[in-house]
Structure formats: C-alpha cells, structure tokens
Design a binder for this molecule. Sequence first.
Ligand code: GSH
Length: 266
Amino acid sequence: MKIEMYQAPQSTCSQKVRVTLAEKGLPEMNKDWIEHDVDLGKFEQLEPAYLKINPNGVVPTFVHDGTILIESSAILEYLEEIIPDPALTPDTAVGRAKMRAWMRYIDEVPTVAVRVPTFANMLAPMRFAKASNDDFAAHADRLPLRKQFYQRMSQNGFGKSELEYAEFQIRQTCERINAAMNEHGGPWIMGSQYTLVDAQVTPLIDRMDDLGYGFLWDDLPEMAAWLDRIRARPSFAAAFYPGARISERYPDFYRTATDLKAERGF
Ligand SMILES: N[C@@H](CCC(=O)N[C@@H](CS)C(=O)NCC(=O)O)C(=O)O
C-alpha cells in the first residue's frame, strides 16, 4: 500500500488526517506514508500542477496507490474502510449515525469558525498587510473555493462581529463535548470508544489553544480533561510534530489570551 499526502504541517485539515493515520498505525516516522509539504504561504496550493490534483486549491490531497482523493473528512472515512483495525467507528448502525451527526456538525460549525481567528490574527496580517486593495482582490479571484471568504475580510483580517461569532461557535463545540462527557462518562466524544470524530475535532481545538483562546473552555472541566487525554495519545505526538503549530510558523503575530480578551472587551 502506497499512501502519499500533499499537506501542510500547520494545516488543521492535514493534521486530522495525520492523527487518523497514526491511530491506524501508520506513523510517518516509519515511512509507511509519504508527506509532500505544500507551502501555503507561497500559495503553492494554487499552482496549476497542484490544481490538477486538487481543483479546490486546498490541502490535503491524499493519494492511495495512485488514486487521488480530496476532502479531509471523506479521507478519514476512507481510511476507516481500508484499514478497519483498530476500528474508529462504533459497531452499531445507530452509533455510526450518531458519530456522523457529530462529524457533520464539526465540519459545518467549528471547522468554518476556526478559519476566522486563524486568518484574522495570523494569516491575513502576515500575508496581506502590505498588499494593495487591488492585489488583495486579485488574490481572492484566484481562489476556487474561498473568494467570498476573502471578500468578507480586509488585508488585516475580520471585524469584531465575525470574530465574536466564531468564538461563539467554538464555545458551543466545547460545551457540547463537555456535555457529552457528563452524559456518558467519556473518555471520548462517543463514549468508551475513540472515534473519527475525536480525530476530526482535535486540530481545531488545538489551533484555538495555539492562537491563545484556551480561555474559551476554562470553565468546562470535562472538555479540558478530554483534551488532556487526547494530547496523551501517541497519535497526537505523531501528528503535531515540531513546526506543526501556526504559532511556531508565525511567532511575530502571536497574541496572548490577555491581548485577545482586551481587544474584544471580555
Ligand atoms: N474542505 C476541505 C478544506 C481544506 C482546507 O481548507 N485546507 C486549508 C488548510 S486547513 C487550505 O488549504 N488553505 C489554503 C490557504 O491557507 O490559503 C478539506 O477538509 O479538505
């Protein structure tokens, strides 16, 4: 089996595939799969050669024995099918339906929300602070998927209301994880079994923490304990290797929790 992944160390969508590969026993350090880094800062994801394998102009792109697959959540489910052991899905139809409901929620709510502070606090000022309005608009035009996303922000990122809404969505996700733990006793989101949904949401929470937003779950002890357990798994160390955090790549743009709270009047 030959697995290759076009990815970026600090991309949350790549991280969730790396977590799942490691959970499936394919740590990259053993070279059971090959990682091709795509430099998002240099916009390599928009090069014609890359667009041929991923017309959406995003990472990750997964290549299994020559077959190209895109969309990170679909890739997680694919990995579950081709490497069924250890199982990362419940063994009942009801359990699987409930896990998929979680997965749709994670894709629809926190995945979208995390992009807002990521761009507002790091990527927009880093990539575009010196860009003219015309250059910024021209870049948005190049994006197969995210033109409107760029049009909602300026070269300096998003406004206060977009950030507040994103924080609300992340907070809701954390509250739901906390409530799930209280309901069934954990230790994982679906109960006793670690599933794809744990792998899927891990990079989003880790990103928020990395951006300084850990205060969003300060008063949610079960959620915080889940995160500690997640970070103790070998798959976490395999996926979040040195250099995988956005704060490591762009340390000059790091804001502390105190800065973030002060900026938006918490
Ligand atoms: N729905 C896609 C989204 C992929 C995506 O948005 N990837 C981000 C990194 S996490 C990306 O490539 N962004 C390009 C950029 O930063 O401009 C998936 O889950 O695979």
